[in-house]
Design a protein around this ligand. Structure first.
Ligand code: FAD
Length: 331
């Protein structure tokens, strides 16, 4: 096969053809296969995979790969194109099959300031939209002047409208819109759902780590579990939610059936704070045992996620039990 048409085979025996200057990930998505991914721009590292045979070329910098990982044959599927037939170690996530990525108009149903730095935006889709997603996934909002940013869905799929929790980034283009210019009934576009952050295995204890608005997909996942017909909770569910400022703890989720240990962790010292202090990953590690029987879902700042990964792996968490969605800058 020539450089522009290479066969990609996975260790599961799935096969597709990669044509032109497309990343392996985009070729896989185009062919109907879904590998682990999140930011699609090399920063989060979720689409890391091992190249077992053949050659690839970098089409975007693989920022989150260490030198050692590169030497071990690892690549980011969002940043590389094949230049020969290749064999990779990647799993096709069948749970996401049938979930179609759509571009749809959406009206702002409500926009509410929850703290000086956080707004809750509720979007109304056309009645015929048929927008399906797995709780934990994100979507892209295409706002004024076509500016596109990713936001995790904070509501469950049983809700008619879609809720987003958005944090202000100083000088940010869409932050300016959400915090100053946006009005109820404004029209934006959304593209989604995207990403592979969703609950994998209900037969293990679940530990969620969220920083800032990284709590959004966690609430969505737990809400769905709370509503899931026939679901009987057999393992502990713990959430550690970290913020720098007390006023950013803008939610106090209540569940009808789930028993959730919901712990607020403030990263800055505060004399009147009566909950936990420190970093979520550190506080969580002191509270969990039996890491073999645990799944960790981490969402929010990339610093927290990378640190949590290192610390949990060093403490014995199997790598396959860690899932993350990093709120890195949208490129
Ligand atoms: C998969 C994914 C899901 C996301 N989900 C959410 C969500 O649910 N809620 C939410 O609030 N945000 C989320 N984000 C981040 C969001 O997409 C934007 O990056 C963020 O809101 C800033 O957009 P902006 O237009 O205001 O700033 P920009 O105009 O993009 O950036 C302004 C400046 O701020 C800095 N900056 C931009 N983004 C970040 C960042 N994320 N962290 C640190 N510095 C930054 C950069 O230096 C940049 O020059 C998510 C990101 C990803 C990749």
């Amino acid at each position: 096969m020539n450089k522009n048409k290479c066969r990609v085979t996975t260790t599961e025996g799935k096969e597709f053809v990669s044509e032109g200057s497309m990343s392996i990930l985009d070729s896989a998505l185009g062919a109907g296969f879904i590998f682990e991914y999140s930011c699609k721009n090399g920063q989060c590292g979720v689409c890391k995979t091992t190249l077992l045979d053949g050659d690839v070329e970098e089409i975007a910098p693989q920022q989150s790969l260490t030198k050692q990982e590169k030497q071990q044959g690892m690549i980011l599927s969002c940043c590389c194109e094949p230049v020969s037939d290749i064999l990779i170690d990647a799993e096709d996530l069948s749970a996401l099959h049938g979930i179609e990525i759509k571009t749809l108009p959406a009206r702002i149903s409500s926009i509410q300031q929850m703290s000086p730095d956080i707004v809750e935006v509720v979007l109304r889709l056309p009645p015929t939209a048929d927008f399906n997603f797995l709780e934990g996934q994100y979507l892209d909002v295409i706002g004024p002047n076509g500016v596109r940013r990713s936001y995790s869905i904070a509501s469950s799929s049983s809700q008619k409208e879609i809720t987003l929790l958005i944090k202000k980034v100083e000088g940010g283009v869409l932050s300016q819109y959400w915090f100053f210019d946006a009005r109820e009934n404004d029209l934006v576009r959304i593209e989604g759902p995207k990403g592979t952050f969703f609950i994998r295995d209900l037969g293990k204890s679940l530990l969620f780590l969220g920083t800032g608005t990284g709590i959004a997909p966690v609430i969505s996942m737990l809400q769905a579990l709370d509503e899931k017909e026939g679901f009987v909770q057999t393992h502990p569910i713990r959430v550690f939610w970290g913020n720098r400022f007390k006023e950013d703890f803008v939610l106090c989720p209540k569940f009808k059936r789930l028993d959730v240990d919901f712990v607020k962790v403030l990263s800055r010292q505060d004399d009147v704070w009566v909950f936990e202090t420190g970093y979520v990953q550190d506080v969580a590690l002191t509270k969990v045992s039996d890491l073999n029987n645990l799944q960790v879902y981490a969402c929010g700042s990339n610093e927290m996620i990378q640190s949590a990964k290192r610390k949990f792996f060093d403490s014995g968490l199997p790598e396959k039990n860690f899932f993350s969605d990093a709120f890195v800058q949208s490129l």
